[in-house]
Design a protein around this ligand. Structure first.
Ligand code: SF4
Length: 700
């Protein structure tokens, strides 16, 4: 039965952090038609290949439609009660830190809010972390260090306002195609717009660049320290802005001078032509309206936080933060990584942009009426699964994500889950490498069925709306969590009737005691508005007015109100190339696939772009190994070994390789690509180093 009569329903794309508006219509024959939402400010009706094929992914085949306990179908009531009593038993015997939730940037803000409230507020542990840890956690920590708050100062309108766009570690053409299209259109409208790409690979994003720095992997801090010194030497620093609005400039500049040898040596260290490097320095120096868009190529590193701060240092030095066309701009990977971090769904934050300070702790305890609120950080993603592996965590609930494919050292993750006494998985699909390790399965609603909100990379909160009936017994993730919470004994605090109720409570929390404890994230005004009528709006929202840019007046969220420069030095990656593993493997997204392909793999049209995982390798490296283009090769690291097909391309520098992340044991015989990657993490952010794995390549 149709939920609604045929009409266009406004919702949001479930893939990347661009956050495009989508309209969906259920036709009389129950087929679905998808089109871009012309009224959505992000995409104005445009969609990329993934968004355009969403209707092809809405099939009942392969869906998880009922509950299971150890392979036996069970009623929803039996399963919810079993999960609740099992979690309570583990907590009673081993304490609250013996349980964990591993959540996903695919969840909606309402799901995240309930998961965070249950784990931190009522179980009393902070063992809730998200696959967003793999995506943007380095940017989160860098924002907090520099601005005093995890807040993106820029907006998409800066693309059109900029006169120089610098893309660092971001293949926007494949990973955020609609943003890439906006840059192309901006370039057509303004032929003087300069576009720089800093990326070890020559990706499709380079098609619009007039300056490509094929930087040596991992040398970003050195490059940006060099830029900071160059700005100083050219008298291009905004000394008034620095004096009035920042702290720590002298120390940061000193570290830049100390770590920068001659320009020739720096260029050689970064594997760049001197002229190319200086052309970038000159361009950044001369063009006031410089927008730096950065993404996973910066974040996914054991020095990811420092890399982000190195970029921010140069923007602070030139006073280019929160100004039209001039800001550092973290572009998020997932549709709701931002919403998740806003409610606090990471182990390293408390709730609604508050940390574990005594003041925040008291505020959240009062708001949630709890005396059990967690007091300290929990286990971040990699540590969480290490603790599962060690037997410290004895019950884990994984929601809407596939860590056995996506986390580094994935064979170890699989082993950890197989040995864990209780693994609960709630998902909309019936089969995945992670589901194969589960003891309990809970059917979750998929895109098109669920309803709630998401926040995109520019802080824009948009509605996702359901337009299809749920498959089988599938329920919203927040509902499954709330029902388990009630059965754990927290009935009063989890008696929500709808997504609108959940969102209203979250919105109220952002405004609670703002006078006593001011926070930048404030959407309290939305709590009283009609949830179904919410239009896309950027937070903070005061008096019903969105704020496109942050820190425009030079006032930041630090105790002093000033932004912080961070003194930085280059640090090598955790593992170095050696005789046995002489090449560097970089991993990332393919143009037409998403994560472990559980959804995009259903759209036939998307499978033509790259039907199997291809290893991008420079022809010279193939020749040296006596391998022909297109043949099967073995890629081996300290962690594992995979069989893939070689694809010769000069887009890779010699000695550097690229593999797309999407393939797994379910959809390729060789195994998960991430089984090659080690679990080394940034000590500040906990983000893994997915971009730098020493490997060998040989004929199969
Ligand atoms: Fe969806 Fe991202 Fe494509 Fe927009 S750019 S349609 S959000 S995948």
């Amino acid at each position: 039965k149709l939920k609604q009569q045929p009409k266009w329903v406004k919702t949001t794309c479930p893939y990347c952090g661009t956050g495009c508006g989508v309209e969906a219509q259920v036709n009389q024959d129950n087929s679905v038609t998808i089109r871009g939402d012309e009224s959505h400010p992000t995409n104005l009706g445009n969609l990329c290949s993934k968004g355009l094929t969403l209707a092809d992914t809405l099939v009942p085949e392969g869906r998880l439609s009922e509950c299971y306990i150890r392979g036996q179908a069970q009623s929803m009531e039996t399963t919810l009660s079993y999960v609740a009593s099992s979690f309570n038993k583990v907590i009673a015997e081993h304490g609250p830190d013996a349980v964990a939730f591993y959540v996903s940037g695919q969840l909606l803000t309402e799901d995240y809010y309930i998961a965070n409230k249950l784990m931190k507020g009522f179980i009393g542990s902070s063992n809730i972390d998200s696959n967003s840890r793999l995506c943007m956690s380095s940017a989160v920590v860098a924002h907090k260090r520099a601005f005093g708050e995890d807040a993106v100062p820029a907006c998409y309108g800066d693309i059109e306002a900029a006169e120089h766009i610098c893309l660092v570690g971001s293949n926007l053409a494949w990973c955020h195609p609609i943003l890439f299209r906006r840059i192309k259109q901006a370039k057509m409208a303004n032929p003087n717009l300069k576009i720089t790409v800093i990326d070890p690979r020559r990706t499709d994003t380079c098609d619009i660049t007039d300056l490509h720095l094929a930087i040596r992997p991992g040398t970003d801090v050195a490059l940006y320290n060099g830029l900071l010194e160059f700005l100083d030497q050219e008298n291009a620093c905004d000394l008034t802005y620095i004096a009035e609005h920042t702290e720590g400039f002298e120390e940061a500049l000193k570290s830049a001078y100390q770590s920068t040898p001659s320009w020739e040596e720096l260029a050689a260290f970064c594997n760049l032509e001197l002229d190319t490097m200086l052309a970038f320095f000159r361009r950044f120096t001369d063009i006031d309206k410089t927008l730096t868009l950065f993404s996973q190529g910066v974040n996914q590193s054991t020095s990811g936080t420092n890399k982000v701060n190195a970029i921010i240092n140069c923007h602070l030095a030139t006073g280019r933060v929160g100004k039209p066309g001039a800001s550092p701009f973290s572009v998020t990977g997932q549709p709701n990584a931002m919403g998740g971090r806003e409610v606090g769904g990471l182990a390293s934050m408390l709730a609604a942009h508050m940390d574990f300070t005594p003041e925040s702790h008291a505020l959240v305890s009062e708001f949630w009426h709890t005396d059990k609120l967690a007091t300290k950080n929990g286990a971040k993603a990699i540590d969480m699964f290490d603790q599962v592996h060690q037997g410290k965590i004895k019950a884990i609930w994984i929601m809407g994500t596939n860590p056995v494919v996506s986390l580094p050292d994935s064979d170890k993750i699989q082993q950890a889950l197989l040995n864990c006494p209780l693994v609960v998985v709630s998902d909309c699909i019936a089969k995945s490498d992670t589901i194969a390790c589960a003891d309990v399965l809970l059917p979750a609603q998929g895109w098109g069925e669920k309803t709630g909100t998401v926040t995109n990379s520019e802080r824009c909160i948009s509605r996702q709306r359901g337009f299809l009936p749920s498959v089988g017994e599938a329920k919203a993730d927040w509902w499954l969590l709330a029902e388990v919470a009630k059965r754990m004994g927290f009935t009063k605090d989890f008696s929500f009737e709808s997504e609108a109720d959940v969102f209203a409570e979250y919105a109220q929390m952002t405004g609670f005691k703002q006078d006593a404890l001011p926070r930048g994230l404030d959407i309290a005004v939305l709590a009283d508005q009609d949830y179904d009528q919410h239009k896309p709006m950027q937070w903070p929202i005061k008096g019903n007015k969105s704020q496109a840019r942050l820190f425009t007046d030079g006032h930041f969220s630090t105790p002093s109100g000033k932004a912080n420069f961070i003194a930085l030095y280059h640090k090598s990656a955790a593992s170095s190339v050696c005789q046995d593993y002489p090449m560097i493997l970089n991993t990332g997204r393919n143009r037409d696939q998403w994560h472990s392909m559980s959804r995009t793999g259903l759209a036939t049209k998307l499978n033509g772009h790259m039907p199997e995982p291809l290893l991008s390798i420079n022809p010279q490296d193939l020749t040296e190994r006596g391998i022909t283009d297109g043949s099967l090769v073995a890629v081996e690291s300290l962690q594992g070994k995979l069989l893939v097909r070689a694809h010769a391309t000069v887009s890779q520098n010699p000695g550097e390789l690229f593999l797309p992340i999407h393939w797994s044991r379910q959809n390729a015989s060789a195994g998960a690509i991430s089984s090659l990657v080690a679990g080394h993490t940034d000590p500040l952010s906990g983000q893994p180093e997915n971009k730098y794995t020493p490997v060998s390549v040989s004929a199969w």
